[in-house]
Design a protein around this ligand. Sequence first.
Ligand SMILES: [Zn+2]
Length: 137
Amino acid sequence: MTTIDLLGRVSGAVIVTTPQEVALLDSRKSVTFCKDSEVPIIGIVENMSGLECPHCHSHIDVFRKGGGEASALDMGVPFLGRIPLDPDVVTQSDAGEPFALFNSDSPTAEAYHRIADQVESFCKKSDTLLKAVLRKG
Ligand SMILES: [Zn+2]
């Protein structure tokens, strides 16, 4: 509760989980927390979702796959997408550069952009709703 109190009014929450089956448990706790705190849920993201082998470019599901999507489906909240494990994200983040801005052609950056677009349109919609409510009041 303290965290939400500190943040004040928020547009919504993005719940980030992992691909393992145990993700369902953690996601359920987060969804319940958001509902109890009256924080709108934008959706669930599955992080560490597979890795592209740097040698042969085949896809490896290091931590399995589908935990995030299963959680979203189970709790009736939107599934925003998967972000793969990508060593380049670590390198670039350590250099202080936002990965998605500098690598627009990489599949990982595309995943970030798809999620960001959904968050943006959610926030625009809730902002419009808030303005409408304020105008009425
Ligand atoms: Zn390989």
